[in-house]
Design a protein around this ligand. Structure first.
Ligand SMILES: Nc1c(O)cccc1[N+](=O)[O-]
Length: 229
């Protein structure tokens, strides 16, 4: 998988050299490149924004630098890459979307700042490639970088070979539409709190049943909508 990120804060993504994704990059499973949007400007101040047409507070990101930056990644014609624009106006990011992103060969993330990116950037690239606006959540961030980091982590770990034991991907929250069951490890008793006895029983059938019951109970309590309730 190839991942290109366009941002005015490329150094933000240096953290991707750590941990699982760092190993995935070293092994060539995932190639991540952060591009500085300001490298696609040509004025002395490396300007990427301007005042909004129609007035209003804040600044809007100019289309020209985005056009030059994205063309520099996908060329000047049609592209099979998927352009992902993190936006509060996007579709809610879910594990299913993480799976869909993980299946892509080439992802291009456009990190907006200020009041967002001139709409014509999305409109233009929608004529040349697939474009998805995706929201990390219903709250206000200063830009798309944090959202892109979450999306890359969620999708990257699903790329075959990135996580050592694929089994560990199966029993996770949202993989089966339910929240995950509570987990315990040694010691069997800690500060007067004991591990549920069934987990010490060695009865795998009973353990599986208890874990599923815990998933249902936790999901019903915390996220009833996931059960259609
Ligand atoms: N919520 C938000 C934002 O306020 C700015 C950029 C991206 C997002 N988002 O992806 O959710």
């Amino acid at each position: 998988m190839r991942v290109d990120i366009v941002t005015i804060f490329p150094e933000f993504f240096s953290v991707l050299d750590l941990s699982l994704l760092g190993k995935a990059r070293q092994s060539g499973l995932i190639e991540v490149t952060a591009h500085d949007l300001r490298d696609a400007t040509h004025d002395r101040h490396r300007t990427v924004d301007d005042t909004p047409y129609g007035g209003g507070a804040g600044m809007v990101m100019k289309p020209e630098p985005w056009g030059e930056a994205i063309d520099g990644i996908v060329g000047d014609g049609a592209s099979d890459a998927l352009l992902v624009v993190p936006s509060p106006a996007g579709e809610p990011f879910t594990q299913q979307i993480a799976r869909e992103l993980a299946a892509e060969q080439h992802l291009v993330f456009a990190c907006g700042r200020y009041e967002g990116i001139d709409q014509r950037v999305v409109d233009h690239y929608a004529t040349r490639m697939r474009v998805r606006l995706i929201s990390l959540g219903d709250y206000v961030l200063n830009g798309g970088e944090v959202a892109v980091m979450a999306m890359i982590e969620a999708a990257g770990r699903l790329v075959p070979g990135v996580v050592g034991n694929p089994e560990s991907l199966v029993e996770e929250s949202h993989e089966d539409g339910l929240l995950e069951y509570p987990s315990y490890t040694k010691p069997a008793s800690w500060r007067g709190l004991d591990v549920p006895p069934v987990l010490l029983s060695g009865n795998h059938g009973a353990i599986a049943a208890w874990r599923h019951e815990q998933q249902i109970e936790r999901t019903r309590r915390v996220r009833p909508e996931l059960l259609g309730e």
